[in-house]
Design a protein. Structure first.
Ligand code: ADP
Ligand code: MG
Length: 700
């Protein structure tokens, strides 16, 4: 029996009511949860500050100062004790709102104290509320000099009422370690520990809570990060191995007529090197006899669809059926149009199946799928409904993966005795390390170049005082026959304000771009669906030149003639959203532009975001910077996963470590796919072990 699964109430000093609070407030239910409630920082009590050097950004600091003046201020609820403290560099103010009487008696003016607390500033003067006070003596000083990094734990108001502030948690953790440190077993193989010079697990847990010194703390953090990333990758890659063993795959032995015909006579352009590389990867995957599960990442317009189509042709050449599944009807319809225009009329039949396909037509489609007569089907979820049966579905393309759950993917596998190969396409680039973790069970292909001859979108950043120049630019582009998007942010909390922003903007614009020369479409969330559609249609048909919109236009409009994207209050958008919005232009033959409008005042992050957009069009570069700025927790698409709820490792800052570990784990499985070797026995156990703070059940 693993003692760390013991309910928290059984720990000495906890009991039922505190256990309840721990569970409700921080989700700490077992000994292990407490063990893995790591300090969020450490307080260094070996260091002393001079009052002159105390700054508001500092966490807890410690000064030695003489108390000079003591007074009681305020009445009843505003009553407080204020004491001035002085060293040879300055004066600071100490304040108590509680325990006033006791402190007043205990603290003696004229004497020096070791004062420890969180500095704040008031009227330019350093202040501390409720500092810890200790009479200054050489012995006390010596004691402090030895005292090491003290852990500070997250806690809540509610917990504090139960004596579970940082100090209280410290005590419980100390008790836990005292009693059970001997039960913390190693969970990594010895050869890994030796090779990477890792601290032992027990030592690491002790030092993460109560570090002997900074070096010990570093070692502990490194060990626990290593362990966390290692076990995560172990789990992900093992699933992949199991999957490979479980699911046989159809073998596409030949590249046949359809493919050659298309490649030599239909394909209107030369493939980019990236596209060729990905096709090769898919070719290899589909000849191994195991099911392919591949993620294809590439910016909008990088040419993913062509790659998908050519892979499908190979499948058909080998006697199989294929389909493309898109998350919305609009996208499905767009794919349908794209594919049809690529293959032309009498090359091969392409069919569309969505929620709004009429019953009768649907029946015919069903029959033709069952007979195997229909080879390419494009559609929405309708494709995987139970009543849709294929004769021999061999290759499935899923567009925009993050909207399809893993479960829906699995549903496809059950459509045949041998599951089809699956290619997942996404236009939201994410950094490699994130992809490795989010889609750990998929192989990853990347298209990271745009087709030749494509003109990169030119992006500039204008401040509010350059608005007239921006209007002038719009007019010149419209005079050339182009169309313009103007996008306003819409954030739930301030929806009203945002809408007002948009309306004000429209008023200014209506003045600047008067009828009948200019026409403006306006689209925002408060419009009825039909009104929205009407306004969009006018823009798509070119009846209006300007589309003013909130971010609703993110969802699948494609207007190649629109070549200017203006983003208002651009500083309020996240990087990936800015990149997505910009991707709305640059779809036609014309040079496209993006103008980022912002306030004069920008936050540090805001400035980096806008500069990044100006500097690069590369979605992967942008995603990387986004990850650094926001941390992995906020990256789009991770919601489905839960695997990013890492306790101590950080996918933004620990990328190098993750890549090293990924290779190590890959090598382990190469040599020992069953983890059957004696030295890997321990990994078997680690995988069985419940609750490494990792959400195993969410990983698949
Ligand atoms: P994605 O699906 O990645 O957004 P598409 O496959 O729809 O991109 O391609 C965008 C456009 O670029 C399409 O019109 C397509 O025909 C065209 N295209 C794709 N590959 C190339 C290429 N190698 N050279 C020129 N044009 C290409
Ligand atoms: Mg596409």
């Amino acid at each position: 029996m693993n003692p760390f699964q013991t309910p928290i109430e059984y720990l000495k000093g906890v009991g039922l009511s505190r256990a309840d609070v721990l569970k409700k407030e921080l989700g700490l239910a077992t000994f292990e949860d407490l063990l893995r409630h790591f300090p969020y920082k450490y307080i260094d009590r070996t260091r002393f500050y001079k009052i002159r050097d105390v700054e508001p950004e500092l966490p807890y600091v410690q000064v030695i100062a003489r108390l000079t003046h003591k007074e009681l201020l305020g009445e009843k609820r505003t009553k407080r004790l204020v004491i001035q403290a002085q060293d040879d560099t300055g004066v600071m103010e100490l304040v108590w709102f509680q325990g006033i009487r006791w402190m007043e008696k205990a603290l003696v003016p004229g004497k020096a104290y070791i004062i420890f607390g969180k500095p704040t500033f008031f009227n330019g003067k350093a202040q501390m509320a409720h500092p810890e006070m200790e009479l200054y003596t050489p012995a006390a000083l010596l004691n402090k000099g030895n005292s090491t990094l003290q852990p500070a734990y997250n806690s809540t108001e509610k917990m504090k009422q139960f004596g579970l502030d940082s100090k209280g948690l410290q005590k419980l953790t100390a008790t836990l370690l005292e009693q059970y440190a001997k039960d913390i077993h190693e969970n990594l193989p010895l050869y890994i520990i030796n090779r990477f010079k890792l601290a032992s697990r027990a030592t690491a847990y002790r030092n993460i809570h109560f570090p002997e010194d900074a070096a010990a703390l570093n070692e502990a953090q490194h060990r626990l990060k290593f362990e966390e990333l290692f076990l995560l990758q172990l789990k992900l890659l093992r699933n992949k191995v199991l999957h490979t063993q479980k699911f046989k795959g159809n073998i596409f032995g030949t590249v046949g007529n359809l493919f050659h015909e298309f490649y030599h006579h239909k394909l209107p352009f030369e493939l980019t090197n990236s596209q060729k590389k990905v096709l090769k990867e898919i070719r290899q995957d589909t000849q191994r006899g195991v099911q392919m599960n591949r993620l294809l990442q590439g910016d909008v317009g990088s040419g993913k669809t062509v790659v998908a189509l050519m892979s499908m042709l190979i499948a058909i050449d080998n006697g199989f059926q294929t389909c493309i599944m898109a998350p919305t009807e609009i996208l499905a319809t767009q794919h349908y149009a794209t594919i049809k225009s690529l293959v032309g009329d009498d090359f091969i039949e392409v069919a569309l199946l969505t929620g709004s396909t009429p019953q009768k037509a649907r029946k015919v489609l069903h029959q033709r799928l069952e007979s195997g007569d229909l080879k390419i089907l494009i559609g929405t979820h309708a494709l995987i409904e139970d009543k849709v049966q294929y004769k021999n579905l061999g290759f499935v393309v899923i567009d925009e993966q993050h909207r399809f759950g893993v479960e829906q993917r699995a549903k496809l596998w059950r459509k045949n005795a041998i599951p089809p190969h699956v290619l997942v396409m996404t236009a939201t680039p994410i950094p490699r390390t994130l992809a490795m973790t989010l889609y750990g069970d998929l192989d990853i292909s990347v298209i990271d170049e745009l087709p030749a001859g494509r003109k990169p979108i030119q992006t500039v950043h204008f401040f509010e005082n350059q608005r007239l120049a921006m209007f002038g630019f719009m007019k010149r582009e419209i005079a050339k026959g182009r169309q313009v998007y103007v996008v306003y942010p819409l954030i739930k909390e301030s929806e009203k304000l945002d809408l007002k922003n948009l309306e004000d903007g429209v008023n200014v614009m209506a003045h600047e771009f008067p009828l009948p020369d200019y026409r403006i479409s306006i689209v925002h969330g408060k419009l009825k669906a039909a009104e929205k559609q009407f306004e969009m249609d006018r823009f798509v048909k070119g009846e209006t030149q300007i589309m003013v919109a909130t971010t609703v236009i993110e969802v699948g409009v494609n207007v190649p003639n629109a070549s200017v994207m203006i983003i208002e209050n651009a500083e309020r958008f996240g990087l990936s959203q800015l990149h997505q919005l910009r991707g709305r232009v640059g779809r036609g033959a014309e040079q496209s532009f993006c103008i980022l409008m912002s306030n004069q005042k920008l936050s540090y992050d805001g400035r980096i975001r806008l500069n990044t957009m100006v500097k690069t069009n590369n979605g992967f570069e942008i995603a990387e910077i986004d990850l650094q700025l926001r941390g992995p927790g906020n990256i789009e698409g991770k919601q489905q996963s839960g695997v990013l709820d890492l306790k101590i490792a950080n996918l933004a800052t620990d990328q190098e470590l993750l890549i090293v570990i990924r290779h190590v784990v890959e090598d382990i499985f190469k040599v020992d796919p069953q983890l059957g070797l004696p030295e890997n026995q321990i990994l078997h156990n680690s995988l069985q072990e419940k609750g490494q703070g990792l959400s195993w059940d969410k990983i698949s």
